[in-house]
Design a binder for this molecule. Sequence first.
Ligand code: AMP
Length: 288
Amino acid sequence: MRVERTRSGVRRALVELGAAKRTVGLVPTMGYLHDGHLSLLEASVARCDLTVMSLFVNPTQFRPGEDLDRYPRDEERDLEVAEAAGVDLVYAPEPGEVYPEGFCTYVSVVGLTDVLCGGPESRGRDHFRGVTTVVCKLLNTVGPDYAFFGRKDAQQAIVISRMVGDLDLPVEIVSLPTIRDPDGLALSSRNAYLDPSERERALAISRALGRIELAAEGGEDLRAALEGAREELAAEQIEPEYLEARDARDLSPIDRFNGQPVLVAVAAPVGEIRLIDNVLIPPRPMEG
Ligand code: AMP
C-alpha cells in the first residue's frame, strides 16, 4: 500500500498503478477508522480494481470552537487497518496541500445545506460548503469511477450526490448503510470520547429512531412517532439539536407519511460530544 501526501504524488502513483485501465474507487475519511469506514473500504475493494482512501481532517468543515483540534487521530493504526482491508493507495495530505495560501474558491450546494446539520442552530451551511469543496477536490485529484459514502451522514451523501449531478462530475456515488454496535449505537470516531455513562445514555438516540421505524411499520402517524422519540431522548436528559422528518429525496420538511421515502435525522449532544444518527423509512401509504 502506498501513502502519498501530495496531489502530484497521488497522480504519479495512479499512473504507476495503471489506474487509467482499471476501475478506481475512492473512500474519503477523516481517519480514526472503525467498522463503518471498513464497510466502505470493503465495498470499494469488492467493486473496484484499485481502492484509494483519503485521510484528511478537513478544517473548512469545522466551525471556530468546534472540535477540529480535539478530533481523534491515529494515523499509524489507520494505515494498518487500510492495508489489511486491501487499500492500494492512501492520500493523507497536510492542510496546506489542500488549501494553499490564497485559496478562495468554494463549492456550495444551495438549499439542501440550509437544514438539519446546515441549519443556523446546528453546524451551519458553511459546514457543508467545507465538505463539498474538499470532496470535489478529492474527486479531481483521484478521478475515481466510484466514491463511497456512509448513510450515517445521510444529508452529506444527499448533498454530495447533488453536487456530482449538478456539476457533471464523472463519478458514481455509492451510499452504504450505517454500521452499528450490537446495542444499536451508530459507530462514529467521536464515540471514543464518550465515557461509559455517556455511552449508555447515547443509546437513547438509536432507540428513539428505532421507535419511529416501528411506529411507521405499525401505521402510527408521524407526529405521534416523533413525539415518542422525543420522550425517549428526554428520559436520558438528551436535548436534541434537531430531530426532524424530511422527504429523503430533497430534504423538504414533512409532517405526515405521504407516500414518500422519509429521512428521520437527529443530532444531539451527549455530554460534550455531538452525535448524529438517522433512519430511512421506505415510502408508506398516505396518512388518512
Ligand atoms: P468520517 O471519517 O467520519 O468523515 O467518515 C468517512 C465516511 O465514513 C463517511 O462517508 C461516513 O458517512 C462514513 N461513516 C461514518 N460512520 C459510519 C457508520 N457508522 N456506518 C457507515 N458509514 C459510516
